[in-house]
Design a protein around this ligand. Structure first.
Ligand SMILES: Nc1nc2c(ncn2[C@@H]2O[C@H](COP(=O)(O)OP(=O)(O)OP(=O)(O)O)[C@@H](O)[C@H]2O)c(=O)[nH]1
Ligand SMILES: [Mg+2]
Length: 428
């Protein structure tokens, strides 16, 4: 994989250089405006376009020529040693010891030693050490990126054949590389082609902003937790295990108390995981807000009754696997048809695979979903999954979380921020 970054005055300049350096199969993975040095702290620097391009070098390489097989030589995954031992030295030995059997007998201990070494190497390669797992994961990711770059190069030439301007192709590449589903990206650029005045199609900043505006119209946000005149807001966080529900509850509670000066109470129905209650209890203690532990629908209702004069009640639930029908049933039983209006916010991690995010949403969607929280943005490098979700499920996004620190690593999701995550609009 060859990745190169360019600072240029405009996209045409970048495309020329990329074609020259990386060839026609290179794809653009990112474009953004940056300040280019100059002046104090770069303040008076010229605004430049920074373009990152990738090319999979293995794509067009001819396959390696086959290694000629030697007669009577056992093929070895480790290559040379077997061949060397079984050919030249064999001839020398044959002349010294007349009989074939004698030669074989002489070679036996050497063969055994080689086999033992091979076994050691194999066991080292397959031992599930952390380092090995990380390396395997990395190899897997590199091969995924490589496949994507190859696929994108092919799709791009198809788009060029459909007479789409180079600027639209570049933005298509950038969005798909960032995880936006191909068919959504394709629809966007085809729509943009119809709406952008032909004389502007060669104006990269214009085309980019145009697509950003289209995305702003698609994406939905709920501005965190808005009370909208309601006397009380009750919000439950639901979702799979380990996505950050409890940590996010603590962040939201803290923001509600400190920033909005609201009276906040916490509830937890996470009763089957040791330590889960303690985790929330320690946050409640720090923030000086009450916490009630509940394990049935009637207990939830009683606790809500108890906190009837609180502005916001936040309910934490234990993570559940969307594939565990019994757990999902229990969650529905606990949260559906309560006397009070409870809003469910689905918590999803941006590190989860796109198709899993859809599966989770469909399963948890058997409960009503009023908002979505995307967590662990700091651990992810692509954010297209957020847009795929909005396009597929049309649910408003309430918050984004960006780290483990409570309370600071949380932000209210805004349309501008979301579009920036996909297209790098803001620049540096
Ligand atoms: N990097 C990063 N880690 C996070 C973020 N939010 C939560 N975490 C971490 O994710 C781990 C799980 O967080 P929890 O809040 O316990 O997750 P949960 O969804 O409540 O987990 P269960 O109750 O077991 O389902 C913890 O180590 C958190 O610190 C985030 O935005 N970024
Ligand atoms: Mg939890």
């Amino acid at each position: 994989m060859n990745l190169k970054r360019y600072r240029v005055n405009n996209i045409q300049e970048a495309l020329q250089q990329i074609k020259k350096d990386l060839g026609p199969d290179a794809i653009i993975v990112s474009t953004r405006q940056v300040k280019d040095g100059g002046g104090t702290f770069g303040l008076f620097g010229k605004s430049m376009l920074e373009v990152t391009a990738a090319r999979d070098e293995t794509a067009k390489k001819a396959p390696a020529p086959p290694v000629p097989r030697q007669n009577n030589v056992e093929s070895s995954p480790y290559g040379a040693p077997d061949v060397a031992l079984a050919t030249k030295p064999k001839l020398a030995l044959e002349s010294a010891f007349k009989s074939q059997e004698e030669v074989q007998r002489m070679l036996l201990p050497i063969r055994q030693e080689i086999q033992e070494l091979k076994d050691i190497i194999v066991s080292m390669e397959t031992r599930p050490s952390r380092k090995n797992q990380a390396t395997t994961q990395l190899h897997h990711e590199i091969s995924e990126v490589r496949t994507m770059v190859q696929g994108l190069a092919a799709q791009s030439s198809q788009l060029r054949n459909e007479d789409l301007s180079e600027n639209l192709v570049v933005l298509f590449q950038q969005m798909v590389f960032n995880g936006l589903e191909e068919k959504f990206a394709r629809r966007l650029i085809q729509e943009a082609k119809k709406s952008i005045p032909p004389e502007e199609l060669n104006n990269f900043p214009y085309v980019k902003i145009f697509i950003a505006r289209m995305l702003m119209k698609i994406v939905r946000v709920s501005n965190g937790i808005q009370k909208d005149g309601a006397k009380q807001k009750i919000v439950t966080l639901i979702g799979p295990t380990g996505v950050g529900k409890t940590t996010t509850i603590a962040k939201i509670a803290s923001e509600q108390v400190l920033k909005y000066k609201r009276k906040v109470a916490l509830l937890t129905v996470d009763t089957f995981r040791i330590g889960a209650i303690e985790q929330l209890r320690s946050y409640a203690k720090i923030m000086n807000v009450p916490l009630e532990v509940t394990s049935s629908k009637s207990e939830i209702n009683q606790a809500i009754e108890k906190f009837s004069d609180y502005d916001v009640i936040l309910i934490d639930t234990g993570g559940r696997s969307q594939r565990d029908e019994a757990q999902m049933y229990e969650l529905r039983e606990l949260l559906e048809n309560n006397n009070k209006r409870i809003e469910n916010f689905l918590v999803l991690s941006t590190t989860t695979k796109d198709h899993e995010i859809s599966e989770i949403t469909r399963k948890f969607g058997e409960l009503s979903i009023d908002g979505v929280i995307f967590t662990k943005l700091d651990e992810s490098t692509t954010y297209g999954c957020i847009f795929n979700h909005v396009i597929r499920f049309k649910k408003p996004i309430a918050f984004l979380t960006t780290g483990q620190k409570v309370p600071e690593d949380i932000e209210i999701a805004t349309k501008e921020r979301l579009v920036d995550l996909l297209l790098n609009i803001a620049g540096n």
